[in-house]
Ligand binder design. Structure first.
Ligand code: TYM
Length: 341
């Protein structure tokens, strides 16, 4: 067991852990989001006090159409509920509805250094692909740190691509605590054993992503069974014909093993033992993904029929979130020397 796992076990046993995570409303939800993060979110809400946030302010760091952002935000809330988040069991809200996120973000910006932000790989990737590089894209991790630290978060369930953002959040929390006295809980990331890195089916050397515009490499949570089967059937593999989990030299096959493993709660190595031919592996992976997505799609259709109810639930979520967030913000403001108003 590694030190991170021991720390997680300690936190979980000592008290009811608080879990926080976020997702951007930047278009369709894909299989990477589902297997890398959301399946874990649903599990955590059963055991821990869980807070989940649709991070619309983060989505503004890249140019967005206003109407699209608004409808993506509402649709994402419905998708998250369709995946299994239950507003009675967790706190589900929209980031911009809780102004404490922007307020704490400024304190975070003043605690993180230019050098630290310059080393963020997500910034390098996104700025390489964008014509307009906003200052917000650069300071993005400070807002993410505010999201997490506002809720005295112990555990942050995320996919592997968020590892660096959680590390910098820990550094910010420790620095603030060191300068101004104990203020923030220092969180741990929780990365799933399978599905932490779902790769593009056509380019298995890069992660499945909403922003890469790889239509055949990405599986959308709302995709039809036919289309899911076609995409998995056409997924890139290799010519050596051996079913083995080895991301270094067999990225395509390993990705399919990971997907099937995550969808059926089995380790990819164990999945590999059950198959001799790529074709059989692909059929099984497609069946498992279709089985996972079908009930989500059915629930989503029901939820979509009542947007007013979704808004009502999000309002309740924001009110619950604010109770905790306002207390933490006030503590941080007092500790760093802002005069009470
Ligand atoms: P976002 O919106 O890009 O992704 C949401 C979650 O999905 C995971 N994920 C993946 N997991 C496995 N394979 C993939 N191909 C894949 N693609 C995405 C991500 O790791 C993430 O867990 N910066 C965050 C949003 C955020 C946040 C936070 C997260 C803002 N504040 C506070 C945690 C805590 C992001 O852009 O995630």
């Amino acid at each position: 067991m590694g030190s991170a796992q021991i720390a997680i076990l300690r936190i979980t046993l000592a008290k009811m852990a608080r879990v926080f995570s976020g997702i951007q409303p930047s278009g369709d939800l894909h299989l990477g989001n589902l297997l890398g993060a959301l399946v874990n979110w649903v599990n955590h809400q059963e055991e821990h006090e869980s807070v989940y946030c649709i991070v619309d302010l983060h989505a503004l760091t890249l140019p967005k159409d206003a109407e699209e952002l608004r409808s993506n935000t509402l649709e994402l809330a419905q998708l998250l509920m369709a995946v299994g988040l239950d507003p009675d069991r967790c706190t589900l809200f929209v980031q911009s509805h809780v102004p404490e996120h922007s307020q704490l973000a400024w304190l975070m910006e003043c605690t993180v250094s230019y050098g630290e932000l310059s080393r963020m790989t997500a910034f390098k990737d996104k700025s390489d692909r964008s014509d307009f590089i906003s200052a917000g894209l650069f300071t993005y991790p400070a807002l993410q740190a505010a999201d997490i630290l506002l809720y005295d978060t112990d555990l942050v369930p995320v996919g592997d691509d968020q590892r660096q953002h959680i590390e910098i959040t820990r550094d910010i929390a420790e620095r603030f605590n060191h300068r101004f006295g104990e203020t923030f809980v220092v969180p741990e990331h929780v990365i799933p054993p399978a599905g932490a890195r779902v790769m593009d089916l056509q380019h298995p050397d890069r992660k499945m992503s909403k922003s890469q515009h790889s239509v055949n490499g990405t599986i959308n949570v709302l995709e039809s069974p036919d289309s899911v089967r076609k995409k998995i059937k056409r997924a890139v593999t290799d010519s050596d014909g051996e079913v083995r989990f080895d991301f270094e030299s067999k990225a395509g096959v390993s990705n399919l093993l990971s997907i099937l493993g995550a969808a059926t709660n089995t380790s990819p190595e164990k999945v590999a033992d059950s198959f001799e031919r790529y074709g059989d592996l692909k059929t099984a992976a497609a069946d498992a993904v279709v089985e996972l997505l079908t009930p989500i799609q059915e629930r989503f259709a029901d939820l979509q029929a009542d947007p007013a109810e979704t808004r009502r639930l999000l309002q309740i979520g924001a009110d619950k979130a604010r109770e905790v967030a306002s207390r933490t913000l006030m503590r941080a403001q007092q500790n760093c020397g802002l005069l009470e108003g």
